[in-house]
Design a protein around this ligand. Sequence first.
Ligand code: TXA
Ligand code: MG
Length: 278
Amino acid sequence: MVAFPTETVYGLGANALDEAAVDRIFCAKGRPATSPLIVHCADAAMARKYAANWPEAAEKLAERFWPGPLTLVLPKAAAIPLRVTAGLETVGLRVPRHPVALALLRAAQVPIAAPSANPFQGLSPTQAGHVLDTLADLILEGGPSEVGIESTVLSLVGAPTLLRPGMVTLAQLEEALGVTILRGPAVGGERAHASPGQHGLHYSPRTPLYLLQPGDPNPPGRGVRLVLPSDADSYARDLYAALHEADRQGWEWIAVAAPPETQDWDAIRDRLKRATHS
Ligand code: TXA
Ligand code: MG
């Protein structure tokens, strides 16, 4: 079991074809068995082997966005154990673009199942130093993650449906496919199990996090207001590191200004909403 860098966040990986290895990931994270893992592959040809079918849409998106921060959910091939997919007949497949992740995948010559390398519902790590050393046998150092938030998850089972927004945006996906993409269940919504693992409270720091509108007063007690970049890409890149750092400093609250309502900020608003308790 190895923690390794990807361009989104650090992952906690094990051989996706080995149930005992995959079990160790669930145990180490305290992750419920109902939460499926993403299977990482060295290239699209490898990913294709682990999908029971490979529609035209998968081919188009793989060509355009892989290697990169996009996970495609497809019917799974028999070789992928049900333990990996939380009993689902579908599998999330992704080709990451971090050179260390790709080198690891090529050396391993097997697909690697990997959730983010944090305890269940904790903040995802975007630096090797964020990964608890008790979590993995080995941590590969790959510098800070350049994207900074988890991959976009798109289901291609039935009508294309966005299950988790990410920095590959809905607009980019719709443009590439030439169709309208449905939006999956809202955060914490009643249909949460249509996308297992999309638990409402997720990605959160230990310190309560508040989203402040302009003019809002500070919450009571000693806290810190984070100042983050004004463009979405840099904001996403820096967000988790800023939250990890503020969490470490032991404040009574952390606050961030509510981000813009535009589509390029969708993924960031999604993560901030999940991280706030209110
Ligand atoms: O950027 C990322 O995706 C990172 C890096 C390490 O690749 N991984 C990551 O994994 O964020 P994790 O386990 O923290 O989140 C996986 C997400 C969950 O929301 C899960 O529900 C969804 O992917 N997912 C995985 N397989 C699925 C499936 N078969 N059907 C529906 N959703 C699936
Ligand atoms: Mg995670």
